[in-house]
Design a protein around this ligand. Structure first.
Ligand code: OAD
Length: 250
């Protein structure tokens, strides 16, 4: 990967903010996993350029053709299973060690933050590594790869679905409430690798700003949030995040 120059003034300003703050939050999106080789959703090579969300990521699509939806999720599970956390994920895990008040809110379902060692993680769009029974509601981790074309619940034999949030579905209310509370209490909010257009996640940064947080965007390109952030660091998160936490001690 080529070195991208990072604005040194902003970098130093954000480093200082992190040093002075105990309550730090981060919201991550697909961009943080891009350098691990996980495709993002939007952008030139994004998943939604090649696949139709209406056919693969809605409750109606699953009701119509669960085999097709599972085929797509089995493909994504096999792709993600080979991927490793990158320096961006690792920097956020290190930030949690240095600041126990750090909370990571992620829209990603790939589990790479947990693999990197982050523990205080709110997976608001679920996890591709969990399955949920449509009949008994039982939910558990299952890393079998691939799962059968129509996987069944070991408890009640009901049809299983991926435990992820699809378009048209609500987020888990307690996770959402916890996320807005984290945003409201944060002194610094890092918004990393997200197009900042999918709600309600996109509102978290605005909530943080309203409540007085210093909002920092880390992205390779501008987003609708850029004009509202206090600092915009443009470049790959795998390069920027390790720089941000340099010299941060507990
Ligand atoms: P998107 O694919 O919409 O956006 C990815 C963002 O990451 C873009 O703004 C890119 O510019 C940025 N990006 C790409 N590579 C990067 C890098 N190396 N470093 C930093 N930034 C980089 O993904 P999300 O915003 O996560 O929801 O999408 C939000 C939700 O929409 C997803 O959780 C998913 C999707 O449809 C559901 O499936 C419900």
């Amino acid at each position: 990967m080529s070195e991208t120059p990072i604005d040194p003034t902003w970098l130093a300003a954000v480093q200082d903010k992190l040093k002075q703050s105990a309550r730090i939050a981060a919201l991550t999106g697909a961009g943080i996993s891009a350098e691990s080789g996980v495709p993002t959703f939007r952008g030139a090579d994004g998943l939604w350029k090649k696949y139709r969300a209406e056919d693969l990521a809605t409750p109606e699509a699953f009701a119509r053709n669960p085999e097709l939806v599972w085929e797509w999720y089995n493909w994504r599970r096999s792709l993600i299973a080979e991927k490793k956390p990158n320096p961006g994920h690792l920097a956020l895990a290190a930030l949690e060690k240095a600041r126990p008040g750090f909370t990571l809110i992620t829209q990603n379902v790939d589990g790479l933050h947990l693999s990197a060692g982050s523990r205080n993680v709110l997976e608001i769009h679920g996890s591709i590594w969990r399955v949920r029974c449509l009949d008994c509601g039982g939910c558990r981790e299952d890393r079998t790869n691939p799962l059968p074309p129509l996987p069944r619940c070991p408890q009640c034999n009901g049809l299983l679905r991926p435990d992820v949030v699809w378009f048209g579905e609500s987020l888990n209310p307690s996770l959402l409430e916890a996320s807005f509370q984290v945003a409201a209490l944060a002194e610094v909010m890092l918004v990393i690798g997200t197009s900042a257009i999918v709600q309600p996640a996109a509102s978290l940064a605005r909530q943080a700003k309203r409540s007085g947080a210093f909002v920092v965007e880390v992205n390779v390109e501008k987003t609708p949030l850029s004009s509202q952030a206090h600092a915009v660091l443009t470049g790959p998160s795998g390069l920027i995040l390790p720089r941000l936490i340099e010299g941060l001690s507990p």
